[in-house]
Design a protein around this ligand. Structure first.
Ligand SMILES: C[S@@+](CC[C@H](N)C(=O)[O-])C[C@H]1O[C@@H](n2cnc3c(N)ncnc32)[C@H](O)[C@@H]1O
Length: 539
């Protein structure tokens, strides 16, 4: 496979593995809930590199849909490369602390160095049937496609969706131009698993589009599809359908005219037959006025979408944020990937004005779903613009023209700030595996966002505490000899006992599992993989 090369690649390739885990610090004042929890809808204020890493213990392998809209690297957005990678070149980038502009010769390298570790972390967060959508434009689309091919696998590439964007009409004043104005953006789509089949994407037209007649002749030239119909035999091109089908369609229409046309319109007749017999009838007729053969295009309430989403507005106008996307665009992404998955977790790690949360809440409101959003935004406006918009759409906007928004979409969210590195790193910097309680503190906190109480730990039962939603268990021994024997299997699930109908879910941390998802569900277990770092040690 052809791979992309760029300055700094060798330093960022595994950067995500060496990053420290950081605390996610609950911020109750900025939250919209009584119980701030990592299991809630989340808004996280901080650099997504560290925030994504901090989410791994709780959300690795759990996110169904990722939508991100990173800086496009246009040369005038003011983004700065600021990852603290251990390489002299990157340290010099960091020291310069200057926005990446068009004059910057390392502009594309810096952008790729910024994206690579983030995409690797995002990949770890995706579920087996997860899908990632990345908005991008002409500045980096070619680099991003190659980078994503490398990280997600070429076989997992699905589409480059084209979405319309408004153009500034400055070219009208010139006779000659360097290149055409750019009227589109792209959304690259990758899955985690190449076997995954996506549902066909239908766009509801809102109201039913009436049936119509369209020309039966086509320009494609197939001899076998030229035959006499209504006394006409085309000299070139072809009829749309085979001879059999065409004559049947002609008969169908005659049958309708003779028997039903005085009682019902053709659309009504078509729908009647469709609903009573599931048959989709074809009709053709000779159009006297035009002197040509026409076929019937049935009424429809939806359109099957291709990769050209030119019908949507991409630019949102809910806030003054300059690069705001429209919630309808994200809603289409969500309808496509989560229509049958009302509990799906949706992640946006370049949150900006919080549009993804808006779209998630709006779809939940519409189909009574319980999808969850996770937003990450590094700028201080996470606590004003991002949080403010989400709060508004939840609680309602009395002055909105939209009746649903007037009332509010409902929901809650927990706001977290990115804190200091967790002591675990100190443990890991030592030369032995962390002991049971140290690790329990780490996983419990990361999973629940609640204070860990060592007095509650019952190591024999592998129980390390509980919160309002979960009982938490940790299967672990501080020795590599026990790696396999601490794997979570059926015996261990049975030892936890059959859950009662009203009992809490069990969150189980273990180095590996030998159980399928149905069994885990039977036992009300959510399995979490222990962070990989722990096992880097050789005793
Ligand atoms: C193009 S905007 C996203 C706009 C968003 N889709 C909307 O509709 O409002 C990119 C956002 O990502 C944020 N961002 C850039 N780098 C980031 C990082 N390393 N961590 C977290 N957020 C980041 C920027 O501050 C900006 O708000």
């Amino acid at each position: 496979m052809a791979t992309i090369q760029f300055k700094g690649k060798s330093y960022v390739q595994n950067h995500h593995l060496t990053l420290k885990y950081h605390h996610l610090v609950p911020n109750p004042d900025a939250s919209l809930t009584d119980k701030v929890s990592l299991q809630d809808n989340l808004i996280i204020h901080g650099d997504n590199l560290l925030a994504l890493k901090a989410l791994l213990p709780t959300y690795a392998g759990k996110v169904k849909c990722i939508y991100i809209d990173p800086p496009y690297n246009t040369g005038n957005e003011g983004w700065i490369y600021n990852d603290n990678v251990n390489s002299p070149m990157m340290q010099s980038w960091l020291k310069a602390n200057s926005p990446v502009d068009k004059e910057d010769l390392a502009r594309h390298d810096k952008w790729l160095c910024m994206m690579m570790p983030r995409l690797k972390l995002l990949r770890e967060l995706l579920r087996d049937d997860g899908v990632i959508f990345v908005s991008i434009d002409d500045n980096e689309v070619h680099h991003l496609r190659m980078l994503m091919d490398e990280i997600f696998g070429e076989e997992n590439y699905r589409n480059s969706i084209v979405v319309r964007r408004g153009t500034k009409n400055v070219q009208s004043q010139f006779e000659n131009i360097d290149a055409l104005a750019i009227g589109h953006e792209t959304i690259l789509i990758y899955t985690l698993n190449s076997q995954l089949r996506l549902p066909k994407l239908q766009h509801n037209l809102g109201e039913v589009e009436a049936g119509k007649w369209d020309t039966f002749w086509r320009g494609t030239d197939r001899r076998t599809m030229r035959f006499e119909l209504f006394g006409i035999e085309p000299e070139s091109g072809q009829w749309r359908w085979s001879k059999d089908r065409s004559f049947k369609a002609k008969k169908n229409y005659e049958h309708y005219l003779d028997n039903y046309s005085s009682e019902m319109s053709l659309d009504e007749y078509y729908v009647d037959i469709l609903t009573t017999t599931s048959q989709k009838l074809d009709f053709i007729k000779y159009d006297e006025e035009e002197g040509s053969v026409k076929y019937y295009v049935p009424p429809r309430s939806y359109r099957i979408m291709s990769d050209a989403w030119m019908d949507l507005r991409t630019r949102g106008d809910f806030t003054d944020f300059p690069t705001e996307k429209h919630p309808d665009m994200i809603r289409r992404v969500l309808i496509w990937t989560t229509a049958n998955d009302p509990e799906a977790i949706v992640l946006d790690s370049f949150a900006g004005s919080g549009v993804t949360a808006h779209a998630v809440l709006s779809l939940n409101q519409e189909d009574k779903g319980n999808r969850k959003f996770i937003l990450i935004e590094m700028e201080d406006y996470a606590e004003s613009l991002t949080m403010g918009r989400v709060r508004k759409v939840i609680k309602g906007i009395p002055e909105s023209k939209d009746k649903v928004l007037q009332k509010g979409l409902g929901g809650s969210f927990s706001f977290f700030d990115l804190g200091n590195p967790i002591e675990m790193q100190a443990i890991l910097d030592g030369d032995k595996l962390p002991d049971y309680e140290e690790l329990a503190r780490y996983v419990f906190y990361n999973a629940t966002g609640d204070e860990f109480d060592p007095a509650k730990v019952d190591e024999k039962r592998h129980y390390i505490g509980e919160n309002h939603e979960y009982e938490v268990y940790l299967f672990y021994q501080p020795s590599l000899d026990y790696l396999r024997s601490t794997a979570f299997d059926l015996d261990k699930a049975e030892n936890l006992g059959r859950p009662k109908p009203n009992s809490k879910k069990r969150l189980v941390f273990a180095p590996m599992k030998f159980l399928d998802s149905e069994t885990l569900e039977d036992y009300k277990i959510e399995y979490c993989q222990l962070p990989f770092e722990i096992y880097k040690f050789k005793e």
